[in-house]
Design a protein around this ligand. Sequence first.
Ligand SMILES: [Zn+2]
Ligand SMILES: [Zn+2]
Length: 429
Amino acid sequence: MGRPKKATPIIEKAPPKVAGAFDVLPEQHLPYGFFFDKLNNLAHTFSYSKIDTPLIEDARLFRFWKSAYPKENLIEIMSDDGKSYLAVKPSNLFSLARVYLEHHYFEKERTCKWFYASPTAHFGANKELHQINEWGFQIFGETSAIADVQLMNLLLKFFSDLGLPQVGLEINNIGCLECLPPYAEVLKNFFKDKKYDLCENCLEDLEHNPLNILACDNLSCTTAATDAPVLVDYLCEACRKHFIGVLEGLDELNIGYNLNQKVIGKPWSRRTVFEIRHKTPDNQEMVLGYGGHADDLIQSLGGPQVSSLGFVGSQEQAILALEHTNNKFATKSKVEVFLVPLGELAAKKSLRLFTELWNHNIIASEFIGPGSIKTQLRLAESNKVSIALIIGQKEAREGTVILRDVPSGMQELFTVERIIEEVKKRLGK
Ligand SMILES: [Zn+2]
Ligand SMILES: [Zn+2]
């Protein structure tokens, strides 16, 4: 190895990660692997197809819903032409809607059922960065109340499979563009008399988003909202029928739920809104994700009037909840043979052997980097691999391999030509 080239530019110190962003280190990935295995299996069983969308979109995609993502909350970049803006997606939903329209799925499929796992980022109220690695299910097309029930059923089954059978389902109905505005007016008048009980944020919302006051966790606001008129009493006929259909479906499946007026969803939410919650060991409630309809979304982006139903969760919240279970995420080691080359010539020979094993469908792994034979064998043992193939300098020269039965420590010498057959025999292949 030569001396490092002097021309390499050097900065004093690599800067740390940005606050609000995060790494998932290799040693932290075990629960993620467990999570995604379950997610893929379940999505497959319920015929959801995987979809990926880009990190960057044309900023105009998010601007219609600026009440949710005002300009200052989007991470925007000026595009090359200096005239338009690009934005990091603050949520996957809009990108999914764009794909649905851009690729004309509304003409090709009656109902699209998709699932995804993709990072998003936006700025919070104080310009702090929020990275959220979302995962979720999304349906565009024709849906009925039964679809809502099926989605909730699938999610509860998923969390139960993960080892979280006790999650809670909080549900509400937020109405549609026909019944929501008159209700908002009723609510506004109700809270006008209680102005002095409201927190600063709620006072700001009083005029345009009085529904937000219902969701406020401030004690004084919660008390003020105790006798507030209930939206369910103001639903139009179609929304009321839909809601009854959903509740009857949940009863049919014996799914417990809690009707909760504080669950109001997002500005694009319509009709059914729900949250799935987990109780931490210290009795704190943690929201694992939220779902419901966004039935005006596709139309708001210039598309046809089709229903949109979905659920979105944060991967990190799910992993955090998994840590509260006693699951050790011990994945069965798939490695069958451990290669232990000692010295440079042996390392070169082991490359050939590695490929040979691979060609015979035997999964081999090797310890990369310098290490004593003891370290390497200990690694084989901790990975529960029963066969180690050791190639020392002498063996490398002579074309032989030492086969070691890791649990017993018994060793035997074989020629390279015979070793594959012997390994297959011992693995019962
Ligand atoms: Zn309605
Ligand atoms: Zn408040």
